[in-house]
Design a protein around this ligand. Sequence first.
Ligand code: PLP
Length: 400
Amino acid sequence: MDERLERIKELDSLYVMQTYKRLPVAFVRGEGNRVWDTEGREYLDLVSGLGVSILGHSHPRVIEAIRRQAGEILHTTNLYYVEPQVELARLLVEHSFDGRCFFANSGAEANEGALKLARKHYYMLGEPRSKVVCALGSFHGRTIATLSATGQPSKWEKFGPVTPGFTHIPLNDIDAMEAAVDEETAAVMLEPIQGESGVNPASPDFLMSARSACDRYGALLILDEVQTGIGRTGKLFAHQHSGVRPDMMTLAKGLANGVPIGVLIASSKLGDVLQPGDHGSTFGGGFLACAAAVETLKVVIEEDLPGNAGRVGNKLLEKLESLKRRIPLVREVRGRGLMLAIQFDEDCARKVVLDCLERGVLVNDVTPDAVRLLPPLVISEEDALAGAGILEEVLTGLKD
Ligand code: PLP
């Protein structure tokens, strides 16, 4: 019996709100694409903390940046200038589009900032607007406003009333986009690839239709790249595949390789909308998170990790497509780069996750009938295909 795990499970059940359906394991160490549990057992990590540990675990440059920063100063608040914050803002703007950043601590908070900025923009123009068009199946966070933006009623119906003003249209329905956006629309908010509903890509034409509908009515296009951003899909930002430029983009997850951070980047024309007192965060843009993010971003760029995600992702996709041809349970394979999902014909995703865990591979049951892969962007083709090989064994076993 694993006493350490048993103790962790007991304390969790006694003292932690049971908001997560945890798997029966606790990891205590990680290095590169691998993590180790309380008994010292090794696992290949194809989840990377839900797309967070993009450089893998314990990356030496991130460790050093955190160590250096912790030894200098950890916190002063935004009452004062924060050097790593401005370095990070410069890096982000130089690699995305001209504009300014607001720093938060999570994806939901970054999206809250975007929604507040959109409302303030129209308030300043003297024509307040609060209508926001989102897609069904989207996920934008768990605060009240971002839940209201989320196009999955199961996530918000127990927490009503929702924030008014949000409408949801089917993903990739261009006619619905044309019909939904009007002179009262403040913003259209979309994920380039919906992550939490099972890796569902927005088509380039749909993104283009959002851009042109926004331009027609002066609405703002917000792209939520919390999950797709920082190289995951094969480009630094997923919208760069389509050529559609947002007015605002939000990032979080992988940005600091595991240290909590969120950021809203607003284009130049919106850079002055939020003024002192309008918005803020005690911890947002703090030294530790920003120092970790600067180093993470430098590694991503210097080592062309978006390129690696594209190359290894294509190989992985090819391999998963071959499973589709051979295993009848596999209905579809979706995604881009290292953001992939396998859709099954039945609700077997939890079983697949548990069987993979048993064989030392981490995958995620994003929905009851789909498994998602979000490996670290540093993963080698060899490791990715080895993981897919285990998945194949598991799926073949399920068939019997
Ligand atoms: N937006 C997207 C696209 C996400 O995938 C997530 C989290 O999964 C969020 C927002 C919320 O981010 P956080 O959990 O950091 O608040």
